[in-house]
Design a protein around this ligand. Structure first.
Ligand SMILES: CC(C)(COP(=O)(O)OP(=O)(O)OC[C@H]1O[C@@H](n2cnc3c(N)ncnc32)[C@H](O)[C@@H]1OP(=O)(O)O)[C@@H](O)C(=O)NCCC(=O)NCCS
Length: 171
C-alpha cells in the first residue's frame, strides 16, 4: 500500500495523551482486543508518558493535527533476566482502519526496538483477531503459541495468541 503522504509518525507528547486514551477506550468498551473492561479515566499526561521512557517508546500517527493511531513498547516482565524482551501494542482510530497506518506505526516501532538494542518483541493478540494476527505476520512476527481461555470478557472465555519477532545479532 502507498504511504499516506500526510501521515506523520512521531514520539507521543503530552497533547496526545487524551486522543490516545479516546482511541483506546473505544476498544475497551466494544472489543476483546484489550482485556481492560472499564474505560481508562483521564490522568495527567506526564503520568502516562512517564511509563514510556526512552527505552519503551510511545509513538503516534498523525494526519494533520489528528492523532489517528498509536503504538508502544512496554516491558514484558519486571524480573531482571527479561530486560531485553518487550511487548508491543498498537491501536488505530476506529474510523481509520485498513489505510496502512498500523503497518507504518509497527514498522517504526520495530525499527526503534532494534535500534534500542531490545532482543525480542512479543505481541499478545486476544481472541484470534485476524487484523492483528495478519498485521504482525506481515511484519515478520511468528506464532509461538496460544494461551487458552486466559481472559473473560463480554460473558465468554478468550484465548491469547502470542507472536514474536526475534532480532538476531552477533554477540
Ligand atoms: C490491528 C490494527 C492495529 C491494524 O491496523 P490497520 O491500520 O487497520 O492495518 P493496516 O491497514 O496497516 O494493514 C496492514 C496489514 O494488516 C493486515 N490487516 C489489517 N486489517 C486487516 C483485516 N481487517 N483483516 C485481515 N487482515 C488485516 C493485512 O495484512 C494488512 O496488509 P494489506 O492491507 O496490504 O492486506 C487495527 O485493526 C486496530 O487498531 N485494531 C484494534 C486494536 C487491536 O486489535 N490492536 C492490536 C492488539 S495490541
Amino acid at each position: 500500500m502507498a504511504m499516506n503522504p500526510t501521515l506523520q509518525i512521531r514520539d507521543a507528547m503530552e497533547l496526545d495523551v487524551d486522543p490516545i486514551r479516546d482511541i483506546y477506550n473505544h476498544y475497551v468498551l466494544t472489543s476483546t482486543c484489550t482485556f481492560d473492561i472499564e474505560p481508562r479515566p483521564p490522568e495527567p499526561p506526564e503520568v502516562w508518558l512517564s511509563q514510556h521512557p526512552a527505552s519503551y517508546p510511545a509513538i503516534v500517527a498523525c494526519d494533520g493535527d489528528k492523532v489517528v493511531g498509536w503504538a508502544t513498547l512496554s516491558p514484558h516482565r519486571t524480573r531482571c533476566a527479561y530486560q531485553n524482551t518487550v511487548e508491543s501494542s498498537v491501536y488505530i482510530h476506529r474510523d481509520q482502519h485498513r489505510r496502512g497506518i498500523g503497518r507504518q506505526l509497527m514498522k517504526d516501532l520495530v525499527q526503534r526496538a532494534a535500534t534500542l538494542g531490545h532482543h525480542t518483541i512479543l505481541a499478545g493478540i486476544a481472541d484470534h483477531q485476524q487484523a492483528s494476527l495478519r498485521l504482525h505476520e506481515a511484519l515478520g512476527f511468528t506464532s509461538v503459541g496460544c494461551l487458552r481461555e486466559v481472559g473473560y470478557k463480554f460473558g465468554r472465555w478468550i484465548d491469547v495468541d502470542w507472536m514474536q519477532l526475534l532480532f538476531w545479532r552477533e554477540s
